[in-house]
Design a protein around this ligand. Structure first.
Ligand SMILES: Cc1ncc(COP(=O)(O)O)c(C=O)c1O
Length: 458
């Protein structure tokens, strides 16, 4: 758990490269009033990230007001796939706002119709309908609702189990949190719904057994019969590690779900819109889910999210029985449409795929030098580098935290580590990043590991 942001400025070396500029102490002394105001007025849970006060951001760089410039490896939190502050997105937002329609609830509007059709045009059959919402958690809640409705329809009240995966993260609302696989995040729920069950995720490191038999065995051990399962939900890659499951495992899972009339749900809130080197992350597995959820990279900017799925599932709720106040907000729709145009026109999924070997090789070099960088995973322009005690393979969240903060002081922006005990350094730059910038980022990360480990040795 990250501590509250320390607000004592200290000197850091000056940095001046094409991609990074650090010219002040860290945190910036002049930024303290902003940081203090947030600490005073916002909840404690909002604290803990590196204290960079964002002023503006463009492409793959973030700026503060005091002359510093960071090479961004965060994309906010995997939001800005098309790059920060894209002119086309700003113009689309401005045009829609100037046009004079700022909200529309569920009343029809041309722009929502345009976005719905655009999203549907990108779907592989048999997926053919979308429901536009506002946040990733909201999409997961809707997917859960459809899963339960499908269970009721096909198997009655007993077909209510939603199987998800250990270490998974699907959001912080009540249903999404229960579908998640991090017990500490669920303690507050107290009366956990027994219809949410988790099985190990076959990442090949934290769970060495990647066979599909482990899925079936774990369900049996938990007393769940296949006919009780209404859905299996997984992140296309686990956000906490960036690990994908083996292709063969997912193909078997797809068959298992079809055979037992259970829905297969891919949560693509992180993986969608080109992040993994393909437009949809599930394409890596050669399967099509029954439902998929999107958020983050759908607009590279304003809050908007969506669920897509097979028509007969998406149409289970009666007219009027699924809605959300800001569904398909017109300004957000304009942002999403402009964003999708950029992602397709500039082939940003292709750029992510092209840069994957550069990023992976840079991170593998770090692994070779520092055995503490124990587990590397990812595809396209998402990667996770987990810090461990190399002897025992136990997570070293402190090392990951110190490396990230050191990198931020050097002008490489990342959010706090995620995953098992906060030990995964997550790398997820905007998909417009260049090869030179990826290489420079890897070198900064390497230096950060070297310095932090040298300081540890004393
Ligand atoms: C895979 C996944 N699903 C759902 C969510 C929740 O999205 P939001 O924070 O927009 O509610 C996240 C957020 O990190 C996520 O990574």
């Amino acid at each position: 758990m990250p501590a509250a942001t320390p607000l004592a400025p200290h000197p850091v070396p000056r940095v001046e490269t094409r991609f990074r500029r650090i010219v002040t102490e860290f945190p910036v002394p002049e930024s303290l009033p902003v940081l203090e105001q947030l600490q005073r007025c916002e909840i404690r849970a909002m604290q803990g990230q590196p204290p960079v006060v964002w002023d503006r951001a463009e492409g793959f760089q973030v700026y503060d007001r005091w002359g510093n410039m960071w090479l961004d490896w965060s994309s906010g939190v995997l939001i800005t796939n098309a790059g920060h502050g894209r002119r086309e997105i700003i113009d689309a937002i401005t045009r829609q706002a100037q046009h004079g329609l700022l909200t529309n609830y569920c009343f029809p509007s041309e722009i929502r119709a345009e976005l719905a059709a655009r999203l549907v045009s990108l779907l592989p059959p048999p997926l053919s309908k979308v429901f536009i919402l506002t946040t990733g958690s909201e999409t997961v809640e809707f997917a859960i609702k459809i899963a339960r409705m499908h269970g009721l329809r096909t198997g009655g009240r007993g077909k209510n189990v939603i199987v998800s995966f250990e270490k998974a993260f699907h959001g912080r609302t009540l249903g999404a949190q229960q579908a998640g696989g991090i017990p500490a995040l669920k303690e507050w729920i107290i009366h956990l719904d027994p219809g949410f069950v988790q099985v190990p995720f076959p990442d090949g490191y934290w769970t060495p057994d990647t066979s599909f038999e482990l899925f079936e065995k774990t369900l049996a051990e938990q007393g769940v019969a296949p006919r009780q399962v209404c859905a299996v939900m997984l992140e296309t890659y686990q956000g906490g590690t960036a690990a994908f499951a083996p292709v063969e495992y997912i193909r078997r899972l797809r068959e298992w779900c079809t055979g037992h009339e259970a829905l297969l749900i891919f949560d693509e809130v992180q993986a969608g819109f080109g992040r993994t080197g393909k437009l949809w992350g599930f394409e890596h597995y050669g399967v099509v889910p029954d439902l998929t959820t999107w958020g983050k990279g759908i607009s590279s900017s304003l809050p908007i999210a969506a669920v897509a799925g097979r028509a007969e599932l998406m149409d289970l709720p009666d007219p009027g029985s699924a809605s959300s106040t800001h569904t398909g907000n017109p300004v957000c729709c304009a942002a999403a449409l402009a964003n999708i145009d950029i992602i397709l026109r500039e082939d940003l999924a292709g750029n992510a795929a092209r840069l994957e070997p550069v990023l992976q090789e840079g991170l593998r070099a770090i692994q070779r030098e520092f055995p503490q960088a124990g587990f590397l995973a990812g595809k396209g322009l998402v990667a996770g580098l987990a810090c461990v005690d190399p002897q025992h393979r136990t997570p070293d969240g402190k090392l990951a935290h110190d490396v990230v903060w050191r990198a931020v002081e050097k002008g490489l922006l990342m959010f706090n580590p995620v995953g098992p005990q906060g030990c995964t350094i997550k790398i997820c730059p905007p998909l417009v990043i260049t090869e030179d910038a990826v290489r420079e980022g890897c070198e900064v990360l390497r230096e950060s590991f070297a310095e932090v480990l040298a300081e540890r040795r004393g």
